[in-house]
Design a binder for this molecule. Structure first.
Ligand code: UDP
Ligand code: MG
Length: 306
């Protein structure tokens, strides 16, 4: 049996040597064939040299370099496409996901599970990141159908059958945890504590994370669009009642002070609502545009292996 370990790398020169030792020591006692696929996602530092050296020295390692930075999800997709193992494990390069968990992932796979998710029971990252991630997962589960339970990141194991089906999904704006949940198969979860990065700063900028979060929500949920509709309907209904009340007051000859405020406030309020719903529509249209263009998700510049 062969297991592929996929590691996306973006400017991780500081941690790669440690990662290599950890991975090599971890797999040594295990009775499997291994393949380490390192995707260099357009790093500007020495990551490429380190990866290529590893690939030349170790026949298990493969170095795949992109022509530029295409992002975490593209790197993972490239790794999945390159993998030849019976099972695939995706892990970040920064050792935030402790490699020892791999042993537990494999144990579950041997029991017959096709997907093994590593679910964080606790995060040791800073308060802001922790809160934002927590909020995101809550918002996601509120917006998306209950059948798509997403409570984990990319870290986990997938059988090659699952990988094959995920690769058949051609969408550009990719959110792997969602796609993985969408294809289904027998799934189990194991809990672990997510460490903070051991070396270096996060390579996913806040902007990239925001884009990732929006990909997740807009590609798996139509509820924001529906919420616009419902909000609009409620607004119109309320205005109708309000108008009716005004007419009744008029007929009853109650002295209604006609205010300037009401009018301006309602104009701004409705204007805001319209802008919000336009923005939401725009998000979906932009995504449709992306899908229609059908550009490749990434471009490989070089593959190094022995
Ligand atoms: N990464 C990547 N391309 C990018 C940004 C990040 O391949 O454009 C890699 C990075 O090297 C790391 C993993 O994706 O191995 C996760 O990145 P990071 O630790 O910054 O994300 P976080 O832990 O905050 O989710
Ligand atoms: Mg990280």
């Amino acid at each position: 049996m062969k297991i592929s370990l996929i590691i996306p790398v973006f400017n991780e020169e500081a941690i790669l040597p440690l990662l290599r030792t950890k991975v090599e020591n971890l797999v040594k006692p295990l009775n499997f064939q291994w393949e380490f696929i390192l995707i260099n996602d357009g790093s500007m530092d020495k990551s490429k040299e380190i990866i290529d050296r590893w690939a030349k020295e170790d026949s298990r390692a493969v170095g795949v370099s992109f022509s530029r930075n295409f992002g975490h999800q593209a790197a993972i997709t490239a790794g999945l496409a390159q993998s030849t193992g019976d099972a695939v494990i995706i892990m970040d390069a920064d050792l935030q996901d402790p490699p020892e968990i791999i042993l537990d992932l494999i144990k579950e796979w041997e029991k017959g599970f096709k997907v093994v998710l590593a679910v964080r029971k606790r995060r040791k990252e800073n308060f802001l990141r922790r809160t934002v991630f927590g909020l995101f997962y809550r918002l996601f589960s509120f917006l998306v159908d209950a059948s798509l339970k997403v409570d984990s990141g990319v870290f986990g194991l997938m059988d090659k059958v699952v990988v094959r089906h995920i690769l058949l999904l051609e969408e550009r704006n990719r959110f792997l945890p969602g796609l993985r949940a969408w294809v289904g198969f027998k799934t189990t979860r194991i809990l672990y504590v997510r460490d903070d990065r051991s070396i270096g700063s996060p390579k996913q900028s806040v902007i990239k994370l925001l884009k990732y979060g929006m990909d997740a929500i807009f590609s798996f949920s139509y509820r924001p669009l529906r919420a616009c509709f419902v909000l609009g309907a409620i607004m119109s209904a309320t205005c109708f009642i309000y108008g009716f009340v005004l007419i009744v007051l008029r007929i009853a000859n109650v002295n209604v002070v006609s205010g300037f405020t009401t009018i301006t406030v309602s104009i701004f309020f409705v204007g805001g609502l319209l802008l919000i719903s336009n923005g939401l529509l725009g998000e979906y249209i932009a995504r449709i545009y992306d899908e229609v263009k059908k550009r490749p998700l990434y471009i490989i510049d070089e593959i190094v292996k022995r």
